[in-house]
Ligand binder design. Structure first.
Ligand SMILES: Nc1ncnc2c1ncn2[C@@H]1O[C@H](COP(=O)(O)OP(=O)(O)OP(=O)(O)O)[C@@H](O)[C@H]1O
Length: 343
């Protein structure tokens, strides 16, 4: 039995199909990233997963209980199996750190002794020892999110759902929160679903990725495989666009979209799998006598595999044979434009 089975779920707002026949399973202990651009359906899916929205079609089975058909009073119990971590933390300023973490335990009727012991344990788990008496306003964004995570874990959920949990944080704090989530996963074997629009977060954290696009599930697979094919897969490449090398502004100014006599060509290409580490520039020089210079990019690590992603300038003697070779080694090779020589 899967921990979660989203079984052919569709949901419409008026004429707008927000979720279109979404179907996937999540097994216990998985770390899954759900990614999509704005309007892809991420929030709607999240709301359905925590039974805040009932989809019009399909089933959502959490440990075999169908969130779509359960009566409201039974949903209260089921919702306790889901820990929610929010983008903007949603902490109560009237309560200190310990009391914020304690809140769900109070609501579920745990005894004072149980609550105190659990809160102490959670404060240590999220690295906030010594901060129990502080108010949210006395904490940094990263510390607030640690409180949010501790509160989400208070009731020992089966599933931790993180809704853009790092989107309000700076890159360094994002890294520390992802490390914390990874540690928690290791220690507790918890199942974590991270819903985000940030590909960089997903590629660093998740084991598996689900890509939503216009309400449809367009990719579902092992992150290593998808990242290795990533730049050659249109859905993944579009999501990676933000973290791909960009042409420096100085070059953009002089870029022309049509070729002209004597023009040099600027190309963007990604080399994946075995091609990632090929000495491309020296091959172009030796085999084709084309002078190629790297303007931006290099070899990066995508889910543990080297991937070269770069913008390259080719001298004006690059023939059709050269472009055929480049398309052969990189399916994503594209001409960005043309510049006058000696720029
Ligand atoms: N309450 C609503 N009423 C009408 N349409 C809605 C409602 N909520 C979402 N939609 C529509 O459903 C589609 C999916 O929206 P959703 O908010 O789930 O996307 P998202 O991926 O979370 O986007 P974002 O990253 O911008 O939050 C969008 O076209 C949106 O306009």
């Amino acid at each position: 039995m899967s921990l979660l089975h989203v079984d052919h779920v569709s949901h419409r707002f008026g004429g707008q199909l927000a979720l279109d026949d979404i179907d996937f399973r999540i097994e216990k202990g998985e770390i899954v990233g759900v990614i999509g651009r704005s309007g892809a359906g991420k929030s709607t899916l999240l709301r359905c997963l925590c039974a805040l929205e009932r989809p019009q079609q399909g089933r959502i089975l959490l440990e075999n209980a169908d969130l779509v058909t359960l009566p409201e009073r039974e949903l209260v119990t089921i919702r306790r199996k889901i820990g929610l971590v929010f983008q903007h933390f949603n902490l109560l300023e009237s309560r200190n750190v310990a009391a914020n973490i304690e809140l769900p335990l109070q609501i579920s009727g745990a005894s004072k002794r149980e609550r105190t012991a659990r809160v102490e344990e959670l404060i240590e788990l999220v690295g906030l020892s010594g901060h129990a008496a502080r108010r949210p306003s006395q904490l940094s964004g990263g510390q607030k999110q640690r409180v949010g995570i501790a509160r989400a874990l208070a009731g020992n959920p089966s599933l931790l759902l993180c809704d853009e949990a790092t989107s309000a944080l700076d890159p360094e704090t994002t890294t520390s929160i992802l490390e914390l989530l990874r540690n928690i996963h290791r220690k507790l074997g918890l199942t974590i679903v991270l819903i985000t629009h940030e590909m960089d977060v997903v590629r660093r954290f998740a084991q598996r990725i689900l890509v939503l696009d216009h309400g449809r599930l367009v990719e579902d697979g092992d992150i290593g495989r998808l990242m290795r094919d990533g730049l050659e897969n249109p859905h993944i490449a579009a999501l990676l666009a933000d973290i791909r090398p960009q042409l420096p502004p100085l070059w953009k100014e002089h870029l022309q979209s049509n070729a002209f006599a004597g023009a040099e060509t600027l190309i963007r290409l990604a080399l994946v799998a075995d091609n990632a580490t090929m000495p491309l520039l020296s091959i172009l020089d030796r085999r084709f006598a084309v002078e190629a210079s790297l303007l931006q990019g290099g070899v990066t690590d995508l889910a543990g595999s080297p991937t070269a992603d770069m913008i390259v300038r080719l001298s004006n003697n690059a023939s059709e044979e050269v472009f055929t070779f480049l398309r052969d080694v990189s399916q994503t090779m594209e001409v960005i434009g043309y510049v006058a020589p000696n720029r």
